[in-house]
Design a protein around this ligand. Structure first.
Ligand SMILES: Cc1cc2nc3c(=O)[nH]c(=O)nc-3n(C[C@H](O)[C@H](O)[C@H](O)COP(=O)(O)OP(=O)(O)OC[C@H]3O[C@@H](n4cnc5c(N)ncnc54)[C@H](O)[C@@H]3O)c2cc1C
Ligand SMILES: O=C(O)[C@@H]1CCCC=N1
Length: 394
């Protein structure tokens, strides 16, 4: 849709109620919420869809109620409801409940934060854990918390579902169109490789490219893109049950200070996905330039973990893929207005845990862009927690 003003043979030129940059899971949900409010919305994506160059590709993401931080724990019931609505609308499953185990030594801040937010009745004793998941072998002193709501979001399917739902509400997706320039004002002009678009509000959800998009607007956010090794581990004896695990998060490991998480076999039969919750600093344009044979320290620490916690799996990964995190220093999201241009909204820094919360994030970005009272407290997500990010534009 959009009000088209293009002359034949000229670049496209159209006006919308809202423009969203980035068709990853966050931008797609923001666009969906805008379209649900009957806003004529344009969703711009630099790559042709679907693509695997950002953070939202792949078949699986963990969802869970267990969160050490209260603000995310409060948002999760809302997020589960919105996922359920999308699933109903899509008419296809987007979520597989497996339960989730949080493992860690007593006193570990993340474990204790989860325990506090989940309530006292969620500790799994060692006998029950072993009966349910004989493949998972925690250390004798460790506590296991059980989150029965935990499970796997079918990520690629979910991304397609939200984009389809957006289109069904009249939204426009233009993929293969990179945003080159943003001219702020009461009406913002967005110039892409193929056209020129105008709208009174803009949402930037550009993942690891966010600073490239907002730096010309004088904003330099403390965002660090990380290249993540996504590893899948084969059962030593096919069919022995080693791949029947819950989702899990292990914290308080001295050799893996950012924690390790895992998901039961899904995308590759018999292969369990187990990853380190951290990666190597990278530039999203350069991530494939790692020289062949360069050391992979995070794979080595995962092998160490597998040998002791999941001994039914081979200790070298069978499949190795990569993905991008975009981390903030405190690993809380950035969801806020541009400090100088209040009709430009930024959603970034999802720090490797944003997929499950995308339906709520999209709603919050939509509410900010429409000048509505946000549905959740926004203080943890404010840009003002990072002083000195606004500089003179180039
Ligand atoms: C290996 C891995 C495992 C994860 N596991 C979990 C998990 O278990 N649970 C969980 O909740 N979260 C998880 N996450 C995190 C979650 O996937 C991310 O937080 C989320 O996908 C971020 O989405 P995004 O839309 O911000 O970014 P992206 O998906 O990268 O989307 C940004 C989009 O903007 C586009 N773009 C950028 N610049 C421009 C431009 N100039 N013009 C047009 N388009 C542009 C990009 O091409 C991209 O498509 C995981 C992430 C990874 C990498
Ligand atoms: O957010 C999630 O649930 C996953 C697992 C824990 C670490 C990050 N991503």
């Amino acid at each position: 849709m959009g009000t088209d003003m293009a002359a034949p043979g000229q670049p496209r030129c159209a006006s919308y109620d809202a423009i969203v940059i980035g068709a990853g899971i966050q931008g797609s949900f923001a666009a969906y919420h805008l379209a649900q409010r009957r806003k004529d919305t344009l969703l711009l994506e630099q790559f042709f869809l679907p693509h695997s160059r950002g953070s939202s590709h792949g078949q699986s993401r963990i969802t869970r109620s267990a969160y050490p931080q209260e603000h995310y724990a409060h948002m999760m019931p809302h997020s589960f409801r919105l996922w359920q609505q999308l699933e109903d609308e899509a008419g296809t499953p987007l979520y597989r409940r497996t339960g989730l185990v949080v493992l860690g030594p007593p006193g570990d801040p993340k474990l204790e934060g989860c325990r506090r937010n989940m309530g006292p009745d969620n500790v799994l004793d060692a006998v029950t854990l072993e009966q349910r998941f004989p493949g998972l072998r925690p250390r004798p002193n460790e506590v296991a918390l059980w989150d029965g709501s935990g499970g796997v979001l079918l990520a690629d399917r979910a991304l397609r579902a939200v984009q389809d739902a957006f289109r069904r509400r009249g939204g426009t997706v233009r993929d293969g169109e990179k945003v080159l320039r943003i001219d702020p004002g009461a009406v913002i002009t967005v110039t892409t490789t193929a056209g020129l678009y105008r709208a009174p509000r803009l949402i930037v959800a550009a993942g690891a490219w966010t600073n490239a998009v907002v730096a010309p607007l004088g904003l330099h956010l403390p965002l660090q893109p990380l290249r993540i090794d996504v590893c899948y581990w084969r059962e030593k004896e096919p069919g022995s049950g080693g791949s029947v695990t819950p989702c899990f998060m292990a914290t308080g490991l001295p050799y893996a200070p950012h924690g390790i998480y895992g998901l039961p076999a899904l995308e590759y039969p018999g292969l369990v996905k187990v990853c380190y919750h951290h990666g190597s600093p990278t530039d999203p344009e350069e991530r494939d330039r790692t020289p062949p044979g360069s050391p992979r320290p995070h794979v080595a620490l995962l092998s160490n973990f597998i040998s002791s916690y999941l001994p039914g799996l081979e200790s070298q990964p069978a499949v190795l893929e990569s993905c991008l995190y975009t981390n903030t220093p405190d690993e809380d999201f950035i969801l806020d207005r541009h400090p100088k241009y209040s009709n430009i909204i930024i959603g970034a820094g999802f720090s490797g845990h944003g997929f499950k919360l995308a339906p709520v994030v999209g709603q919050l970005l939509c509410e900010l862009s429409l000048g509505e009272e946000p549905s959740h407290c926004m203080a943890p997500f404010a840009i003002s927690r990072f002083p000195g990010v606004l500089r003179a534009a180039l």
